[in-house]
Design a binder for this molecule. Structure first.
Ligand code: PLP
Length: 443
C-alpha cells in the first residue's frame, strides 16, 4: 500500500513525464479558497476541476479575442461586416474547417449555429419523416432530458402519441449501462417501426461511448435514419461522422470545447443529403446562397451545403469563443488529446477502484474498456444523496465534480487542462468524504 505522500509524488511524476504537456496555464482554473482547514496544504490554490463534461473552463485567450470584436464594432459599426479584422459576414466560414476536422466530416457537411436543442429540432424537421407504419423514435432510457423532451414534442407535432412513438432502450436487468449490442439486438428484431434513432454518442450519465459505426450501419439496415447527439463526444473522443455514414449529428461547444455557458452548437449533415432539394427544411435569410443574399429576393436560392440549415445571421460575439476553442483543438490535435485522456482516465480509474474496493455500494459504472468510454467516470454511491457529497468535495477539497441524482457523481478529467495530480486529489478527497460518511461525521 502506497502512502498518501508517495502516491501524490507518483501523480506529480506522471505529470512531469507525460508526453503531452498540459495547457492548464492557458485556462482560468477556479480558485479553491475555502475549507482547506480540513484537507491540508495540497488543496490550497486552484480547484481540481472535473466538471468539463458540464461546462469547460475559460481559455485566457478569449478575453482579448472578444475585445477585438468589440473594438471592431466600436470603430466600424455596420462596416464591420466587411471591414472587421475577421469580417463578420463570412465569420462562420472560419469555424467550418476546424469544426469539420473535429467531428470527422467534410467541410461542406458542417455548420456552427444556434444552440443544441434548437438544432436537434431543425434536424428532425428534415430527418424525422414519420408514417403511420414507421414513426417510432429510438432513444436511450437515460437520454439527456432535453433530447427526450425534443423527440416527444416532435412525435406529438406529427400527431403521434409520444408514449407510444418514443421507444426508450434500457440496460439489461442488473446492468447500469446500455450496451451497443443491446441497441443492435433491438434493431435486428425490429419489424420496421423505427423512423429515427437519436442516441448520445457518449452518454451523459454513464460516460459510455457507443460503437457509432455499428449502430449507424444497423440503423440503416433496419430502414431508420440515424442521428447522433455529440454533446459529450465533441472534443472528448475522435469522431468520424462521414465515414461512419451518420445521417446527421449535433453538438454543443460548452463542455469539452470550452466555448462558454450556452455557447453555440455545431451540426453535421451527411454529404448524401446535401443536394436533396425536396427535404423538408425551415428557412431564413442565411439559408440562401451567400453571393445573392443581399439582392433580397423573396425566395431562397438553395445551397448544397450544411449552410442551407442556417436561419439567422451568425452571432459574432458567440462565435469568437468557438473559434478560440477550435484553434486550441487544432493546435494540440484530437489524437494526442485522446491518448492523454486515456492515460488520465485510466489512472483515475485505478485510484477510484481502490476507493470502491473497501466501500460496499460504491462502484464505477462507466464501461471498463477504454475504447467504450470518453474522459468521464461515473461513480455510483449506492443509497446516498450525492448532492451534499459533491458540495463537500468542493468546499473542503476544492474538487469540483457534479452530482447526477439519484446517486451518481461524474468526474471528467479533461486532457486540455486536467493533470494526474488533479486525479489524485479527486480520489483522495472522495475517499475522505466517504470515510466521513461511514463514521457518521457527515450527514
Ligand atoms: C446530451 C445533451 N443533449 C442536449 C443538451 C442540451 O443542450 P442545450 O441547452 O445547449 O440545448 C445537453 C446539455 O447539457 C446535453 O448534455
Amino acid at each position: 500500500m502506497t502512502t498518501s505522500t508517495s502516491a501524490e509524488q507518483q501523480a506529480l511524476d506522471l505529470d512531469a513525464a507525460d508526453p503531452l504537456p498540459t495547457r492548464r496555464a492557458e485556462f482560468h482554473v477556479p480558485p479553491h479558497s475555502a475549507g482547506d482547514h480540513t484537507a491540508g496544504d495540497h488543496t490550497a490554490g486552484d480547484a481540481a476541476y472535473f466538471a468539463g463534461n458540464s461546462l469547460g473552463l475559460q481559455p485566457k485567450a478569449l478575453r482579448g479575442r472578444l475585445g477585438a470584436e468589440l473594438d471592431d464594432w466600436a470603430r466600424l459599426g455596420v462596416e464591420g461586416h466587411l471591414e472587421a479584422q475577421r469580417p463578420w459576414l463570412s465569420y462562420h466560414e472560419l469555424l467550418r474547417g476546424p469544426a469539420a476536422r473535429l467531428v470527422g466530416a467534410r467541410p461542406e457537411e458542417v455548420v456552427v449555429m444556434n444552440s443544441l436543442t434548437v438544432n436537434l429540432h431543425l434536424m428532425m424537421v428534415s430527418f424525422y419523416r414519420p408514417t403511420p407504419r414507421r414513426h417510432a423514435i429510438l432513444i436511450e432510457d437515460s437520454a439527456f432530458p432535453s433530447d427526450s423532451y425534443a423527440v416527444r414534442s416532435q412525435a406529438a407535432f406529427h400527431g403521434y402519441d409520444p408514449d407510444e412513438a418514443v421507444i426508450r432502450l434500457a440496460p439489461r436487468p442488473g446492468e447500469a449501462v446500455l450496451r451497443t449490442d443491446d441497441v443492435l439486438d433491438f434493431l435486428r428484431a425490429d419489424s420496421g417501426s423505427v423512423a429515427l434513432i437519436l442516441l448520445g454518442a457518449v452518454n451523459y450519465y454513464t460516460g459510455e461511448l457507443f460503437d457509432m459505426d455499428a449502430i449507424t450501419a444497423a440503423g440503416h439496415e433496419a430502414g431508420a435514419v440515424v442521428g447522433w447527439d455529440l454533446a459529450h463526444a465533441a472534443g472528448n473522443v475522435p469522431l468520424r461522422l462521414h465515414e461512419a455514414g451518420a445521417d446527421w449529428a449535433a453538438w454543443c461547444s460548452y463542455k469539452y470545447l470550452n466555448a462558454g455557458p450556452g455557447s453555440l452548437s455545431g451540426v453535421f449533415v451527411h454529404e448524401r443529403h446535401l443536394a436533396h432539394r425536396t427535404l423538408p427544411k425551415f428557412a431564413g435569410w442565411w439559408s440562401t446562397e451567400a453571393g445573392t443574399r443581399f439582392q433580397m429576393a423573396p425566395t431562397v436560392t438553395p445551397v448544397d451545403t450544411a449552410d442551407s440549415w442556417q436561419l439567422s445571421n451568425p452571432p459574432i460575439l458567440a462565435m469568437a469563443p468557438v473559434l478560440v476553442s477550435l484553434e486550441m483543438f487544432e493546435a494540440t490535435g484530437m489524437a494526442a488529446l485522446r491518448a492523454k485522456s486515456m492515460r488520465l482516465t485510466g489512472y483515475l480509474e485505478e485510484l477510484l477502484d481502490e476507493t470502491c474496493a473497501k466501500r460496499p455500494g460504491v462502484s464505477v459504472i462507466t464501461p471498463r474498456d477504454p475504447r467504450r468510454r470518453g474522459a468521464q467516470l461515473s461513480v455510483r454511491i449506492g443509497g446516498r444523496d450525492v448532492g451534499p457529497l459533491t458540495a463537500r468535495l468542493s468546499h473542503d477539497f476544492g474538487v469540483i465534480a457534479d452530482a447526477r441524482r439519484p446517486d451518481v457523481i461524474r468526474l471528467a478529467p479533461a486532457p486540455m487542462y486536467n493533470t494526474f495530480h488533479d486525479c489524485w486529489r479527486a480520489a483522495t478527497a472522495l475517499t475522505a468524504v466517504l470515510d466521513g460518511l461511514a463514521t457518521g461525521l457527515d450527514g
